[in-house]
Design a protein around this ligand. Sequence first.
Ligand code: ADP
Ligand code: MG
Length: 699
Amino acid sequence: MDMNEKIPEIFAQQIFSEDVMRARLPKDVYKSLLHTIATGEEIDAGIADVVAGAMKDWAIERGATHFTHWFQPLTGVTAEKHDAFLSPVGHGKAIMEFSGKELIKGEPDASSFPSGGLRATFEARGYTAWDPASYAFVKDGSLYIPTAFCSYTGEALDSKTPLLRSMDAVSSAALRIVRLFGDTTTERITSTVGAEQEYFLIEESDFKARRDLFYCGRTLFGAPAVKGQELDDHYFGVLPPRVSEYMKELDRELWRLGISAKTKHNEAAPAQHELAPIYCTTNIAVDQNLLTMEYMRKLAPKYGMACLLAEKPFSGINGSGKHNNWSLATDTGKNLLKPGKKPAENKQFLLFLAATVKAVDEYQDLLRISAATAGNDCRLGGGEAPPSVISIFLGDELDMIVDSICCGSEYLKQDTKYMSLGVPSVPKVRQDTTDRNRTSPFAFTGNKFEFRMVGSSQNISLANTVLNTAVANSLTEFLEVLEGAEDFEAALDGLLRETFRRHRRILFSGNSYSKEWEAEAKERGLSNFKTSPEAYAHFTDEKNVALFTRFGVMTETEMKSRREIFFESYRKIKNIEARTMLEMTVRDYIPAVSRYVGELSASISARRGAVASADVSCESDIVEKLSALLAKTYTAYGELQRVENNAVKKATDEEAAFYYKDSVIPKMEALRRTVDAMEVLTAREAWPVPTYGDITFRI
Ligand code: ADP
Ligand code: MG
């Protein structure tokens, strides 16, 4: 790492950015491409060859020999297949070639990607299509072209396609809304996202020493360490030197790719950290978040560490999430969720606010599903992360404004308050009109909403696809009332009042982690899907199919396939976890404890042999307890094996997923309890794997 590099010089060095396009493309081609990027309209096929040629030359200068269509199949991770630019021209010679056709379209074999029954294996063909709105980039000797991925029959098999469609949907609807407020210059409205990413860094040797970590990304066993996060001394604490070096390199690598990594700090749990980028257009933010996760994982071994992105790597301490900050912005740079100085009078803002409140209330189930994974189930509702009930926190000032709108009373603006710390040299600070609420799953944070439910390892596409589409739906319904209204002001006021009144139940400012809220939410009729399978079951509910098909974001077939894939991946993850537990139990824990009990027993005999009256009560007691626990462990092992075998036999993924939730997980928990009980009684050196204390405090 060259620390003398100037950041502005290396920033975006590896991406085929607008600046590069301007410098390298003929003017008309550049303009046409820019138009496509700005409007989302179809690319002019005639310019593709020119763009491809320029991209290739630029990439080769950066060491690229290959290109790849980079896509997001429904595995949750990205996929790539590399082709060399190389093209033999006879006589033992070759040139480097890259055509417009190769840029625009790829034909990977789709048969090994999840399709949820969309595609029989004999229909193996799939297509990737260039997303010009997300910059191509060079890394590891290849030119990466962000693409959408679909089946031979044209159904989306990826996360990007529905997201792009949802961005169009919200843009069209929002554009018509701003026109009603007299905006004639905006041409496109984009949803913007900044994804704060939490992660853990642990010693690589610890990672390799535990099969639960390297197969499942999280621990499936482990007694709590003596010290957890109770002293709150890790949060915002001094960065350990090795972590700091790692973060510096991570920042630089991301900057090169044009990802504006901005904030980094230690998070609440020991060994936990966070990185936040500056927000950008949603599809780019998604791509960038995927690259950020990739680099987090990839760089860690260079520093002798492993990066864990699982939602709950360790029980008993906080897990990791992703705060999906979301807003809408015009191409003229205006944030539509910015309240301004007088929010009560800013009707356009209030309308977008109302649209979001309505969207979140009406499609709470879809939002919940967008954050539902086997991994995130271990975190949500854990008293550290949002509960499984969706609600919105608006903050004091907006709460009062909404109250006054609902009651038809006048809103009296609070005076700006300044806080003095009683130290004259410390400047007075202006108090925000609202405090933060860390427990809300969906919080308004000044000029954007923060959806905090998404899991740390997830692709954030679905969450944003749901948000964009649901808000597009609210706006479209508003347009039916507002466009053509005789008295616009009156129609607008009536609409705001009616919308806030109808959807007020989703607003909640109290402690979302509390039991009382769960009960109250039930009374309010809010949905509460505690586990992923329960949530998935609702994905294709009539109203949800109606929403996505109305805006052409997903067809019913695409939704059904996704529903299948949700269950399928849940089943597979739980199956791997159960088998990992079984394997670790008989091959790691039982042999180790049995050996240790043998040693203690030998020591008892030896001591008794040497001194007949020796007090061996300590060893005897431990031998007795561990022997009982060994037997209990073996019984729990047998139980887990039995239910796991049943799970494998379930005919459908949906059935299996529910069976895992209801019958297998309880047996996994029971097995864990007895193994963890053995851990605290077994000599440190006899324990076969690194413990929680070792892992979370070593770096
Ligand atoms: P907070 O203190 O509320 O967490 P920050 O300013 O630290 O707010 O921002 C958190 C994240 O939200 C960052 O990634 C930031 O870029 C992003 N963000 C800020 N404004 C917007 C916006 N208008 N749309 C989307 N994300 C935004
Ligand atoms: Mg935040």
